[in-house]
Design a protein around this ligand. Structure first.
Ligand SMILES: [Mn+2]
Length: 439
């Protein structure tokens, strides 16, 4: 029997450092305390490309080195956007009582009785090495771009699954041989299992996922250690067990369940694991369909201990109400929290288009439809339209002036007096036609 610590999806980076280093340090301590024989990190040790002077690199190396001083360590390559090819190479150079082996290609690797790593030259061993204590089959992240280049973009997603199924089945004979020889067999991979559930509770039911539980069981490994999905979950069949460790820390709001790592006991014909929870941060989410209600928030804070938690309050607001939210008051309610994140979404003012207007041929008909939809009276508008179509601009302007004067309650006599009042203005108006006719 071999006892393994299975960590996954550490996502070391500057922004995640506090959370993941607290959790991973705890996990390394707990694994060492449980006397594990070997440690496996099943991908996404880092969150993105990191420069060597980044504090996250030193922190991760420090914990990997602590592991290597206790037992042999296997690091599998994860998602390329999190771990660019080559990102893990440096960890293979870390000293320690035992070696760190970086699995960045398809391979099998034997852990020997004295704690050495012996990798296969090709994708699998032809024979199990003599002093093998355990046999690992490593399937790091598949580069879909390479598959797409070989079989075409539209075929690539399905082809990856088909090729992986064939590949995993190819490991079965040697795994069966190992089992017969009493050697524990362990698969390690990074990818999505059809039907698994993400940390946000979303079932992954697409057809472009790398694995099915059937294809993984098809490898004939007693235990299959997975990374990529950040929620711990497992499947069992006839004594064989597949499990995601889940991410070591809580990286986002809305992630459900505990975070942690697994301690496996794997024998030639049995496998079981224990989940060890890490002190991942607590997140609390409160959302409103409309504006945030301070009373409700106060009641929530009274009923729930939010000390040290990460609180997110979300709401929806109309554009004109965006300055009415008292952000400071909300923050004060959750004063004991480690973080209060406020996310107000503006509901944009939407103007409905007048449906059916484009089907009308004449302008008059369009106006009639518009008036009906907006509950306006069409008569004055149709009158204006008629005027525009039948009268000269000067005539229309004169009529408007006439009406404006009438509306002011001016009597005709006053209007005459007005028009004759400022001499300059009058002469300007009369001068205009002369200027126009001059050339
Ligand atoms: Mn990940």
């Amino acid at each position: 029997m071999i006892r393994l610590a299975h960590f996954s999806d550490l996502h070391y980076a500057g922004a995640t450092l506090t959370e993941v280093d607290r959790c991973f340090s705890f996990a390394v301590d707990a694994a060492i305390a449980r006397g594990v024989d070997c440690a496996v990190i099943s991908g996404d040790s880092t969150d993105h490309a990191l420069e060597v002077h980044a504090p996250a690199v030193a922190a991760l190396a420090r914990n990997v080195r602590r592991l290597a001083d206790h037992c042999p360590v296997l690091m599998l390559h994860g998602t390329f956007s999190h771990e660019p090819p080559g990102a893990l190479n440096v960890f293979g150079l870390l000293g320690g009582r035992f070696r760190v082996h970086v699995a960045d290609r398809l391979q099998q690797i034997a852990l020997t009785d004295v704690g050495l790593w012996v990798p296969s030259e090709g994708w699998r061993f032809e024979q199990i090495p003599q002093d093998a204590r355990a046999l690992f089959s490593c399937v790091p992240t598949v580069n879909k771009a390479i598959v797409a280049a070989a079989v075409g973009v539209t075929e690539a997603a399905a082809a990856v699954g088909e090729q992986l199924t064939a590949l995993l089945r190819g490991y079965a004979p040697i795994n069966e041989t190992a089992r017969a020889a009493g050697v524990p067999t362990i698969g390690v991979s990074h990818g999505t299992v059809y039907g698994c559930v993400t940390e946000h509770g979303v079932p992954m039911a697409g057809f472009d996922h790398e694995f099915t539980t059937g294809s993984l069981f098809g490898a004939g490994a007693q235990a299959f250690l997975l990374g990529h999905i950040h929620r711990h979950q497992s499947w069992a069949q006839a004594g064989r067990v597949i499990a995601y460790a889940g991410s070591i820390g809580r990286l986002h709001y809305g992630e459900e369940g505990d975070k942690g790592f697994l301690v496996w006991d794997v024998a030639a014909a049995s496998a079981r694991f224990e989940v060890i929870a890490t002190p991942a941060r607590r997140t609390v989410e409160i959302s409103f369909d409309g504006m945030p209600k301070l009373d409700e928030l106060r009641n929530f804070a009274r009923a729930n201990d939010v000390t040290g938690a990460f609180v997110r309050v979300r709401w929806m607001m109309p554009e004109e109400a965006r300055h009415e939210v008292d952000r400071l008051a909300i923050q004060a309610i959750f004063g004991a929290a480690a973080e209060v994140k406020l996310e107000g979404r503006v509901v944009p003012a939407v103007r409905t288009r007048a449906a059916g207007i484009s089907e009308q041929a004449s302008l008059a008909a369009k106006i009639a439809v518009w008036a009906r939809l907006t509950e306006a009276r069409p008569e004055p508008l149709l009158g204006c339209l008629e005027a525009l179509q039948t009268r000269a601009p000067e005539e229309i302007a004169a009529k408007i002036m006439e009406r404006a004067i009438e509306a002011q309650g001016a009597i005709p006599a006053a209007a005459e007096a007005d028009s004759g009042a400022p001499a300059e203005t009058n002469s300007d108006v009369e001068a205009l036609p002369i200027l126009v006719e001059a050339p």
